[in-house]
Design a binder for this molecule. Structure first.
Ligand SMILES: NC(=O)c1ccc[n+]([C@@H]2O[C@H](COP(=O)([O-])OP(=O)(O)OC[C@H]3O[C@@H](n4cnc5c(N)ncnc54)[C@H](OP(=O)(O)O)[C@@H]3O)[C@@H](O)[C@H]2O)c1
Length: 213
């Protein structure tokens, strides 16, 4: 698949790298320096290049939206027409100093995003784990028990595509339902962030659901 990365920071840089290593064609876009985008493309060791958000979006089968909430409008404007595209978003609706959600309970960042891009198919995924764990999960891909990763969305085909990407990174995709369930997954991320960044064990943290039938 062709995957455009909108926001090549901690999340976008790492996920784009892993998508390329899993065999996808990746375009890294939206950083403050083009040199950084080129370095990411080089170091991804796969089929990856640097581009503008417009180039990343143009022929993409899927776009990963990985920017701070305050940059969403800007990057979408630069991306141009995203009609019919799958937009996988890990972006959380955080305030400027990243201490609180600015949308919650009655809506979610993912639903608010879907309203901005009504003709695209938004899936909320990857936002519930810290970037620091992504390479470790990928490296452990062949192990029998993979960590879970929740995702939600309203379009079945977009969700299926996203589940494939989640598997490619090394997680076990857990479909938690329609996009409005992001009202629960987004605050859940603050719990994960607390354990990752304020707990004892460090940020290389993922989670796994288990059933006991
Ligand atoms: N980090 C995590 O562990 C984590 C986990 C879950 C969810 N999230 C969510 O995922 C999203 C991305 O987080 P992140 O930590 O990956 O953020 P980040 O590292 O700050 O990455 C954001 C990207 O946007 C670029 N950018 C910012 N302002 C720009 C501008 N004016 N022009 C061009 N590019 C600009 C940054 O450029 P530079 O590369 O030049 O800085 C960077 O590449 C956020 O919504 C966050 O809440 C993050």
């Amino acid at each position: 698949m062709r995957i455009g990365i909108l926001g090549s920071g901690l999340m976008g840089g790492k996920l784009g790298t892993l998508f390329a290593r899993a065999g996808h064609e990746v375009v890294f876009s939206y950083a403050r320096s083009e040199r950084k985008l080129k370095r990411l493309a080089r170091e991804a060791q796969g089929n990856a290049k640097a581009g503008t958000p417009g180039e990343a979006a143009r022929e993409a089968d899927a776009l990963l939206l990985a920017v701070h909430w305050s940059r969403v409008d800007d990057v979408l404007k630069q991306a141009g027409d995203v009609s019919g595209k799958v937009i996988v978003s890990c972006s959380l609706p955080m305030n400027a100093d990243d201490t609180n959600l600015v949308i919650a309970h009655t809506s979610s960042g993912a639903e608010s995003l879907a309203k901005k891009v009504r003709r695209a198919h938004v899936v909320s995924a990857f936002g519930t784990v810290p970037s620091e764990v992504l390479f470790g999960v990928f490296a452990a891909k062949r192990k029998a028990s993979r960590p879970s990763l929740v995702y939600c969305g309203d379009d079945a085909a977009a969700k299926q595509l996203t589940a494939g990407l989640i598997r490619d990174v090394g997680f076990d995709p857990v479909d938690v339902g329609p996009l409005r369930i992001a009202r629960y997954t987004e605050p859940f991320t603050l719990l994960i962030a607390r354990l990752a960044y304020e707990g004892e064990g460090g940020p290389e943290l993922a989670y796994r659901f288990e059933r006991f039938d």
